[in-house]
Design a protein around this ligand. Sequence first.
Ligand code: NAD
Length: 480
Amino acid sequence: MSLEYAPAPESTDVVHIKAHYGLFIDGEFVEPVDGTTFTTVNPATEEVLAEVSEAGAQDVSRAVSAASTAHSRVWSRMPGRERGKYLFRIARIIQERSRELAVLETLDNGKPIRESRDVDIPLVAAHFFYYAGWADKIEHAGMGTSIRPYGVAAQIIPWNFPLLMLAWKIAPALATGNTVVLKPAETTPLTALAFADICQQADLPPGVVNIITGDGVTGRHLVEHPDVDKVAFTGSTEVGKAIQRAVAGTRKGLTLELGGKAANIVFDDAPIDEAIEGIVNGIFFNQGQVCCAGSRLLVQESIIDQVTESLTRRLQTLQLGDPLDKNTDIGAVNSAVHHARINEYIKFGEDEGAQRWTAPCSIPERGWWVAPTVFTGVSTAHRIAREEIFGPVLAVLSFRTPDEAVAKANNSPYGLSAGIWSEKGSRTLWMAQRLRAGVVWANTFNRFDPTSPFGGFKESGFGREGGRHGLGAYLRSEVV
Ligand code: NAD
């Protein structure tokens, strides 16, 4: 039975996008020194949303200098309980403006409003509340008493969870007494610019948070700036390696949150209906543009037909289309470039001999869309089983024994996350101890909580964000 939904679009009246945005430096929006701009586009319609400033080397220097002055004169001298008050204020404003932020995120990123409204923005507020609570308790965090903030943190984030990645970076940095210069991704700058407005609304002292927009060139200027004390990067493994090379041999601290190719492992005793929901959420949430996406499905051989049949039946019920519609499950992918990359991988899968199944969705005429796609008959040698696609494409592999499942899951250059579906707690614990993944979910997937550390092994990076561990990324030990 196919279900027809009446359209239920969220109103865009609540957002006021300016035609042009400057850079947010020292508490004010200013024009870039060389005046270069670029546009940001709605991926679901290809319409230009706004013109945004591109920060050049001199603009980066201005932002770093503002952050450095704010650190030495204001933020590092302020007692933790006062810093905490600003963070609580920011968290409350995010809650108050949550509908506006959700719509803005969906317009700029293409993700369904259901996700930005129910997952992204509530988690953003939760991160600020959580780290606000830590601001006056840093010396009780179990990291010793000789700890100090780095100073100026340069933070570079990707486009898949724009405001959430900002929260993961800015909340712990401010709580620990650092000031920041943050660069959002070039395709999703709008919620970071709205956050700059929130900093003004919260009366945050000028220079404590600076938001500069631009592409990888701006990012490189920021990473290489000599007055930056700490670099925190989330993005691709390729760029992460380049940043690690640039920072090597300097005094700068570094944390890297990079790519992933997670195994979602289903045993024959798993609760199948729940597992199907977990598989769908694992790979089709945010169109699969999730670093910890369960992009490799490992199913015990005896149930593989049952699982793939249930899965493809379930995928036929997903609604693809207008991301602002509250019924939509699958939104647009973020850019034309990324759309081409995902399709290239789908072609690799076909050329390598795997069997492709694509959900029968009607694709809107404008915008960048990829229907949920499942490949069966995949082996560990296939590119679609080894490389991060970062799209709604699932590779299904089989295994016979727990040992084989562990071997296949760990056969990856990445080590960010994994999922285990089984009714046996002892088996789940046995597996979790052997999987080389920073996060292991049991009978669930893609669950996030500000109290829980997140981060990877191997080429997925190093350092942890979230929880008490996330404070460590912004503190250095000082031997007196
Ligand atoms: P990307 O590496 O292309 O870009 C990320 C950011 O780095 C952008 O802001 C970009 O402008 C900037 N950048 C590009 N080149 C740079 C350079 N040479 N120096 C400094 N900055 C530079 O990644 P993307 O395509 O935006 O994001 C997708 C990637 O992010 C995926 O690989 C995904 O797995 C990863 N990711 C990881 C996590 C995590 O927590 N591990 C979370 C989200 C996304």
